[in-house]
Write a new protein. Structure first.
Length: 244
């Protein structure tokens, strides 16, 4: 009886094409000698930045998997000197911006753009130069998370969470001083189940709304909104505690 011989062929492994993660890129044109307003623009990828102060009017911007492009040259981190105003426009992608221990002798403007973004501001002060100046923060569309702790401005603070299911926490956020007439304003925007927590914060006027949103929650703990008090737009939040 003849045995059938099995053909033994060597196993071959097909090499898979490597896939590199797309790195984000933020860019600016800036002259450290002249200084002035720092405007950082993102791209459609996920931009991850850590920003901190390293000297008077000097700020280090470090990219985490993100290149910082200054005047056409890429850096992992870059220190900007003689800075007045600070502005971020991060555009699309799931971006992360972490700012800590900074005094800005000018205005602060942040636009996180579309995407599910994370914004963290800790121990940041804005010394605005004009009565009409303000700290402007826009989270954009997407399910965003913003946490601000010990954030102070000599002017108004305006926060717009945009579309999506957003979570905003304000802890010791202060707009102006007693009697300055400044406003802390938060608009949670369209989207369901937004959550806003306002803790130990103060301004002469506080306004909070969730326009076109539903089932939102707002919680306030030991805030001081001066003689004008605070206002929650009727019907915007399904549940609200501690803020009249």
């Amino acid at each position: 009886m003849r045995r059938q011989q099995l053909s033994r062929r060597p196993l071959r492994f097909e090499q898979l094409e490597g896939r590199a993660m797309l790195a984000g890129n933020v860019s600016t044109a800036f002259d450290n000698t002249v200084g002035g307003a720092l405007v950082l623009a993102g791209d459609g990828s996920a931009n991850h930045l850590v920003v901190r102060q390293v000297g008077a009017n000097s700020f280090q911007v470090q990219g985490i998997g993100t290149k910082v492009n200054v005047n056409g040259q890429n850096f992992n981190s870059f220190t900007f000197q003689n800075v007045t105003d600070v502005s971020f426009d991060l555009m699309g992608g799931n971006d992360t911006l972490f700012m800590s221990n900074m005094t800005i002798n000018g205005t602060l403007a942040i636009d996180m753009g579309a995407g599910s973004d994370v914004l963290t501001i800790i121990n940041v002060r804005e010394n605005a130069g004009l009565p009409t100046d303000l700290a402007s923060i826009t989270l954009g569309s997407g399910n965003d998370v913003a946490t601000m702790v010990n954030f102070r401005s000599t002017a108004d603070i305006m926060i717009d969470a945009g579309d999506g299911r957003d979570v905003v926490t304000l802890n010791r956020v202060v707009a102006g001083t007693v009697g300055s007439g400044n406003t802390l304003s938060v608009e949670m925007g369209p989207g369901n189940f937004d959550t806003l927590a306002v803790l130990f914060s103060s301004a002469d006027i506080g306004t909070f709304s969730d326009t076109l949103g539903s089932n939102g929650i707002i919680v306030g703990v030991r805030n001081n909104f001066g003689n004008a008090g605070s206002s929650v737009t009727p019907g915007d939040f399904r549940f609200h505690f501690g803020i009249s």
